[in-house]
Design a protein around this ligand. Structure first.
Ligand code: SF4
Length: 435
């Protein structure tokens, strides 16, 4: 192999196996994909050691992808349940899975994923460091943080969230500009606390070049973490968020110099009217690197329904240029999601992604909807179920309330506009009450 990363291959004009697979899947010319990848506008996260991966591309012109967060926590250690969530997520079309485990034997689950899972696998080494070293936060050394990045790369992880944007300068800005909800990023809060307690610079920022070397070696994509993402609507687009984004833009360019693939993480909680502007700001400051948004959640008052608040924001963000949506489940802000929550979250994120793809004019996105409309017009229920984003739910709903006239549904029965229009246009008599 005469290239270190997919980006380096693209710059040399080499069409890799992964690029070929992505171009075919996305129905775009391979040459166009190569040129977008050379510029950093499209990435294919694919660690050389993740042999079970079915590659997917993220970025400009491509179908919007979704990520599913999984993993154990101190209060929920059931690995079997996490395995089931993995299977569900893959079955339901999630292109990526992030393992956010923060308790127990995290390496076992991580290696299971990179050995068996066809989805893109992401991790956040900062969480794992705390579990792995099992000692007070203050005592973890700068070297030890970086060693965990290497360990995850060796384990075959395709992308890693690295909280390198919150350096001492950003932390200073954050302390000067009061927020309603401070820092809500788990990794961001950990590294901020570490910097405050040790008085040292963020090691992910200070030793960024060393991280780049690790990423080059394994072709790990950097997901530049947004420690200062707003955690409530009131904090959206504030000084800390923008200051960090400026740093992330600089780090993006440094990564590209070493041909390391990059995406940038984004908000968070954000009023609907600020989303499109934020996508523009990110595109400008981060030079067109793919944007990975965590929501955005568009209202803070709907715990239990945050898959919906995030899907509204996710659709708006992706329509305005975001490439990758992190799913949010109804359990957000409340508990670790169970299998049913995972399913609801995936469907909501897929709806948001697909709605955005139609708005963006992604090749073939609209065809799916047109096929559904044809089936609806024909009252072809079997076909409607086949095409449904969640066929099981669609079929279950219909079966729980069958109409007297089987071709209609119990919503309107004989008043079925579709049936009556089909009949009248076919020259038949329409007589609603006498049938
Ligand atoms: S009965 Fe009403 S809701 Fe049901 S298919 Fe016909 S028009 Fe649509």
């Amino acid at each position: 192999m005469n290239y270190a990363t997919q980006m380096e291959a693209a710059r040399r004009g080499i069409l890799t196996e992964e690029m070929n697979a992505v171009a075919a899947k996305e129905k775009i010319p391979a040459a166009q994909l190569v040129s977008l990848m050379a510029e950093g506008k499209v990435i294919i996260p694919c660690n050389k050691r993740h042999k079970s991966l079915e590659p997917n591309g993220l970025g400009s012109m491509l179908k919007t992808k979704i990520n599913v967060n999984l993993g154990t926590s101190r209060d929920m250690t059931d690995l079997e349940m996490e395995y089931e969530k993995v299977h569900r997520a893959v079955e339901m079309g999630a292109e990526a899975i992030m393992d956010l485990s923060s308790f127990g034997d995290t390496r076992k689950f991580r290696r299971y994923l990179t050995e068996n899972c066809p989805a893109i696998i992401g991790t956040v080494p900062i969480y794992d460091a705390v579990v792995y070293y099992h000692k007070p936060l203050k005592q973890i050394t700068a070297r030890e943080w970086i060693d965990i990045v290497r360990m995850h790369a060796e384990d075959g992880v395709d992308f890693m969230t690295i909280h390198c944007g919150i350096n001492r300068e950003t932390a200073h800005k954050f302390k000067k500009n009061k927020r309603l909800t401070n820092i809500v990023s788990r990794g961001g809060s950990i590294i901020f606390a570490w910097m405050e307690m040790t008085g040292e610079e963020n090691p992910f920022y200070e030793f960024f070049d060393e991280i780049l070397e690790i990423c080059r070696e394994y072709d790990v994509t950097l997901s530049l973490g947004d420690a200062c993402r707003p955690g409530c609507l009131a904090d959206a687009t504030d000084a800390s968020q923008i200051e960090e984004l400026i740093t992330l833009g600089e780090l993006t360019e440094r990564a590209w110099k070493k041909a390391v693939q990059v995406m940038v993480e984004g908000p968070g909680h954000m009023p609907l009217n600020q989303i499109a502007a934020n996508m523009e700001i990110q595109k400008t400051l981060c030079h067109g690197a793919p944007f990975y948004v965590l929501g955005p959640i568009v209202t803070d008052v709907a715990p239990g329904y945050d898959h919906i608040t995030a899907a509204i924001g996710g659709a708006a963000a992706a329509a305005a240029g975001a490439s990758f949506l992190c799913y949010v489940t109804p359990a957000e802000h409340l508990r670790l999601p169970d299998v049913e929550d995972v399913k609801e979250g995936i469907i909501a994120a897929r709806i948001a992604a697909h709605a955005a793809d139609i708005a963006k004019g992604v090749p073939d996105a609209m065809e799916w909807d047109n096929s559904m409309s044809v089936a609806r017009k024909k009252l072809d229920w079997k076909e409607m179920f086949r095409l449904a984003m969640d066929p099981e739910k669609a079929e279950r709903y219909r079966e729980t309330s069958m109409p007297e006239k089987e071709d209609t549904c119990s919503m309107c029965g004989n008043f079925c506009a579709v049936k009556n229009m089909n009949r009248i246009l076919d020259g038949e008599i329409v007589s609603i009450f006498e049938e």
